[in-house]
Design a protein around this ligand. Structure first.
Ligand code: KG4
Ligand code: ZN
Length: 350
């Protein structure tokens, strides 16, 4: 028997099957790739695209697992937060699949899904794919979210800190756009940064800025806190780029990318370290697309805590993490779940 889950909170159409014990059977992710030319995700286009392919994605999740709907004992879906129109496609599809068979249903919070990616086994991680068990601190950094969570159980987490403005991935994407790297630009910015000097520019939040005692340290207004802010570093890059001639910009692009990346990464690592200190834990997990960043991984590894990084297809949006969370979520019996609605942001409605 297995858990079938669907995730459609943004622009990836995802379905997966996971065993009740946490072994992943399939994890299908169809990235739309139709938003790049707009420089961001267009919600209405995302919803329509989900609608076109969601059934095919569910079918391939079943066939890759060598299963049929007869073997599904629980259906789950992301209820929020995310783009409401996009969420509704996955949520309605999942509810319909469950209702047709009168199966129980679990509505999953997207961020709890990122946390629960760590509870999967057989996921190709360094530790041989074993599940990472609570308690631990979890850093989630994606295009839409950035937060530090205290994970003490399988079915919830406490927010220790979150971004006050942009998400870390969003900061990478906006920086990449300023450097002419296209969308989404986090990975391209990392590649460009590889040839640059990360101390060339002292952007707010970076060690270079603190060493120079400039605006960087002044912006550490929440120095004792665990919240993030990336608006300052983005503005600093904007002003720096504006002051450079086209030729200078070309010449300094790698240094700009390296310094910008360092400011974001150091801010993430520093607060993760603080969260470990404040909770007394020595176990750290990550999630979200920014977890692919090598500088971030190296920075977190240097903290000396036991670090768990799920395979990259489990860090970015996927349905295996939603199925994993569904295993521990409240099970609604048929027909209790038929009226469930999606939510865009904030707390899940009760
Ligand atoms: O989790 P994700 O796939 O989608 C959501 O936003 O939910 O995260 C995508 C984000 C984008 O902002 C992208 O630029 C960023 O992750 N990203 C990276 C890297 N790869 C992806 N940021 C920094 N370095 C990378 N190597
Ligand atoms: Zn996500």
């Amino acid at each position: 028997m297995s858990v079938l889950a669907i995730e459609t909170s943004c622009d990836d159409t995802c379905a997966a099957l996971v065993e009740p014990g946490g072994r992943m059977l399939s994890n299908v992710i169809s990235s739309q790739g139709v938003h790049d030319r707009f420089g961001g995700v267009v919600p209405e286009i995302a919803s329509r695209h989900h609608l076109r392919i969601v059934n095919a994605v569910v079918n391939s999740a079943l066939s890759q697992a060598g299963a049929t709907l007869d073997e599904v004992e629980l259906v789950g879906a992301t209820q929020g937060p995310g783009l409401v129109g996009a969420l509704l496609v996955g949520l309605s599809t999942a509810k319909a699949l469950a209702a047709a068979r009168e199966l129980p249903f679990a509505a999953v919070d997207h961020l709890q899904g990122h946390v629960a990616a760590n509870f999967l086994s057989g996921n190709g991680t360094d530790e041989g794919g074993a599940a990472f068990e609570p308690p631990f601190v979890c850093l989630i950094a994606s295009g839409g979210h950035t937060l530090l969570a205290l994970v003490e159980d399988h079915d919830g987490f406490e927010v220790l800190g979150r971004t006050l403005d942009d998400a870390a991935g969003e900061a990478f994407d906006k920086g990449a756009r300023l450097l002419g790297l296209g969308y989404p630009g986090g990975a391209a910015l990392e590649r460009l940064a590889a040839d640059g000097d990360r101390e060339a520019f002292a952007f707010p939040g970076s060690a270079a800025a603190r060493a120079r005692g400039g605006r960087g340290s002044a912006r550490e207004g929440f120095a004792r806190g665990l919240d993030f802010s990336f608006a300052g570093v983005k503005t600093a890059l904007l002003y720096t780029v504006r002051e450079l001639s086209e030729g200078e910009l070309r010449e300094r692009a790698a240094d700009l990318a390296a310094s910008y990346q360092a400011a974001i990464v150091e801010s993430l690592v520093e607060r993760a370290e603080r969260a470990l200190e404040q909770t007394g834990l020595d176990r750290l997990a990550v999630g979200g697309g920014v977890a692919a960043n090598g500088a971030l991984r190296r920075g977190l590894a240097r903290l000396g805590a036991t670090l768990h990084v799920p395979a990259s297809e489990l860090c970015t949006d996927n349905a295996a993490m939603i199925a994993s969370a569904a295993r521990f979520a409240r099970r609604l019996r048929y027909p209790e779940y038929l009226g469930l609605d999606a939510y865009a942001s904030g707390e899940r409605p009760r």
